[in-house]
Design a binder for this molecule. Structure first.
Ligand SMILES: Nc1ncnc2c1ncn2[C@@H]1O[C@H](COP(=O)(O)OP(=O)(O)OP(=O)(O)O)[C@@H](O)[C@H]1O
Ligand SMILES: [Mg+2]
Length: 241
């Protein structure tokens, strides 16, 4: 327990120190050299400060989510959700940060799901953000929506670095990041998939991953209960009582 706590604090301190150092450094450079910097340079520095502040906000948000999950709170509000609109909304959010990416959404089913809208958004944004963040040169992300008898199946596929099969379980652990060269260039705290998996648990869903080196791809598949199926089960139970 102490080891876990220690690791938590040391990872968190590092994750906080990096963006803070950068925010302080760029602010100080601007203050010290204000008259010698042109508008373009000032804009560039301010953009970095905004970006790094956002990184800190995301980290705090993630840590709050983790502590909620760890305390066992279940505040999921399950409702009928238009799956297509939910996916489109998440794509629009992520596209703001990755304007040059092509998000190709194929709709093979339009069945609504029973889910918590905000939690579903968080799940989709985490997965789309990862797909873009861990794409190397490819700028294409494929999103596919279909369903089987009971579930909607949302797949998010990118063509960057592959994930070795031995990590398929590990990547859903708290703070776990695969040690590749990209780890240093792609920022993150290793909390996204941990949170994603737990949010899906709360909504009666699940997540699977598959990946290959040739052809090079990584695919995450989310399963969520279909609204009509869940309603039919509830009705059947009611009739029995
Ligand atoms: N689409 C992907 N392609 C390749 N590797 C991935 C992909 N998605 C996740 N990973 C690997 O799984 C690890 C865990 O992902 P997770 O989303 O939990 O953390 P993160 O992206 O590193 O940080 P955070 O989401 O907290 O900002 C990543 O660090 C990366 O190594
Ligand atoms: Mg992530």
């Amino acid at each position: 327990m102490d080891n876990i706590k220690e690791e938590f604090i040391s990872t968190l301190s590092h994750e906080i120190r990096t963006p803070l150092t950068s925010i302080k450094g760029f602010s100080k450079t601007m203050l010290d050299n204000w008259d010698n910097l042109d508008d373009n340079q000032k804009k560039k520095f301010l953009n970095i400060i905004v970006e790094q502040s956002q990184r800190l906000i995301n980290l705090v948000e993630n840590v709050l989510n983790v502590s909620k999950i760890d305390s066992g709170a279940n505040d999921a509000v399950l409702k009928k959700i238009d799956t297509v609109s939910a996916i489109n909304a998440a794509i629009a959010m992520v596209k703001m940060n990755y304007k040059d990416f092509d998000f190709v959404f194929t709709i093979c089913s339009k069945e609504p799901v029973l889910a918590d809208f905000n939690k579903l958004q968080q799940v989709l944004i985490n997965l789309l953000d990862n797909a873009a963040k861990y794409s190397k040169d490819s700028k294409k992300i494929e999103i596919n929506l279909k369903n089987d008898k009971n579930n909607a199946i949302i797949s998010i596929k990118n063509f960057g670095i592959s994930i070795d099969e031995k990590y398929f379980d590990k990547i859903f652990d708290k703070f776990f990041r695969i040690d590749t060269y990209i780890k240093s260039s792609a920022q993150g705290s290793g909390l996204g998939l941990y949170i994603t998996k737990h949010l899906l648990d709360l909504m009666g869903g699940k997540i699977e991953v598959s990946s290959s080196k040739s052809p090079n791809y990584c695919e995450f598949r989310v399963h969520l209960p279909l609204y009509e199926v869940e309603s039919a089960i509830k009705e059947a139970l009611k009739a029995k009582l």
